[in-house]
Write a protein that binds this ligand. Structure first.
Ligand code: ZN
Length: 418
């Protein structure tokens, strides 16, 4: 047995092959012909993934627990009972044509960390709870991050229960099925977390491009989602002169062009996407009477986000011409800044382990967004091939995954002693 205060001995027990083998095994649940996974939230595949986690936990003699929203917890006990736990984890649900690493990596890296700590003989003072959060993706049931949202008190389970998927199945009934799949798992009970640290693939190209192993994540950029509706008037394509038309499509295209021009001038950090465009009535020989389009706007800086975001509606109004436009803000998530102490910890442990590193904000949303509201929070990124994610082709290297798990382990050990 090594000294309880020697974190180095724990990270050294991280096993690259074991971690990779667990990824391969997990990827068989909901495997798609294209090499990815379809393991949507609260589906039979999601339940099977949780059953596998429970089996792995039992093999390691670790206890499991769950809560009403279906989060699954695996506990490595601490030496001082009753202390606030250190949390780590991510999600096991996927997009319909998702990859093998998004979310799954954070859960399996957490399990690897617990096993490595136990194997090394290090005795953590606080318990470490590994969590698989329910429905991070939000592809089957909206909104995403349900598990972490409810855990952090920012969403109410009562309001989520009636939400339905495309078949009319409610969250309530899907949760009942999920819980029935792991009937002997008791209810989770713990004080509010001491800290949260999530490992994840980057889902972007920055680390790979810079040939860097570890992303020290500083926060998560803010995101706004809008629905824009442009209303004109349907008219005959053959008889109506151009100057007499109230063409909703022509107007919408002008708006999007102007928006893109302004956003591009707003700097490198701006993310602006019109990903959906619906034209009515959708007939080749009728002037479109109505267009609805989506806007996804993100920025890591709150001031810039407010300034540029505040331009969206005025630009739409200024370019409405003879049509009318209604701009609806659907979702407004401010940027999340992670706790400097946790960011510094990740930075320091990465340096101590000798890996190359880069500080960067997360472009995608994560469960850590919600945890950051209730405890000091951070994230560790590892590279993924060509930055591809939300795609069956998503890929990552075993040695990068192991490097991230080692940094995670070293950080968790330090957090449990604080
Ligand atoms: Zn994810």
């Amino acid at each position: 047995m090594s000294s309880p205060s020697a974190p180095s001995s724990a990270w050294a027990a991280v096993d690259e092959r074991r971690l990779w083998a667990r990824h391969e095994k997990m990827a068989r649940i909901g495997a798609t012909p294209g090499g990815g996974v379809n393991r949507q939230a609260l589906s039979p595949e999601d339940a099977a993934a949780r059953q596998l986690m429970v089996r792995w936990a039992q093999d390691l003699d670790l206890t499991t627990a769950t809560d009403p929203i279906g989060n699954l917890y695996v506990r490595l006990p601490g030496t001082e009972a009753g202390l606030a736990p250190v949390l780590t984890g991510s999600h096991l649900d996927s997009q319909p044509t998702g990859g093998r690493f998004d979310g799954t990596y954070g859960v399996l890296a957490g399990l690897e960390a617990l096993q490595a700590i136990r194997q090394s003989g290090v005795q953590p003072r606080r318990p470490i709870d590994l969590v698989a959060w329910t429905n991070e993706e939000g592809s089957r049931f909206l909104p995403g991050c349900m598990g972490s949202g409810v855990f952090s008190g920012l969403m109410s389970i009562e309001e989520l229960r009636p939400a339905t998927d495309w078949n009319g199945t409610t969250v309530e009934s899907a949760l009942a099925t999920l819980h029935a799949a792991t009937p002997d798992v008791p209810t989770y009970a713990a004080p509010p977390p001491h800290a949260y640290l999530e490992a994840h693939i980057e889902q972007g190209p920055l680390l790979e491009t810079a040939d860097t192993t570890i992303g020290v994540v500083t926060g998560i950029q803010g995101a706004r989602r809008y629905a824009v509706e442009v209303t004109g008037e349907e008219a005959h394509a053959g008889t109506t002169p151009l100057k007499n038309r109230r063409d909703a499509l022509r107007t919408a295209i002008t708006m999007v062009a102007e928006l893109n021009r302004e956003m591009e001038a707003g700097g490198e950090a701006v993310r602006f996407t019109v990903g959906r465009f619906d034209v009515e009535p959708g007939s080749p020989n009728t002037v479109p009477g109505r267009v609805q389009f989506s806007i996804d706007f993100r920025h890591p800086d709150l001031t810039a986000m407010k300034q540029l975001g505040g331009r969206i509606e005025p630009i739409c109004q200024a370019n409405a011409g003879s049509c009318s436009v209604y701009v609806q803000l659907i979702d407004d998530m401010p940027p999340t800044a992670f706790a400097p102490a946790v960011v510094d910890l990740v930075d320091r442990q990465t340096a101590a382990l000798g890996y190359s590193k880069m500080r960067l904000p997360s472009g995608a949303g994560h469960d850590a967004m919600y945890l950051a509201r209730v405890c000091p929070t951070g994230m560790i990124f590892v590279p993924c091939e060509k930055g591809i994610s939300h795609n069956e082709a998503e890929n990552a290297k075993p040695d990068d995954l192991a490097a991230g798990a080692r940094v995670l382990t070293a950080c968790l050990v330090e957090l449990t002693d604080a």
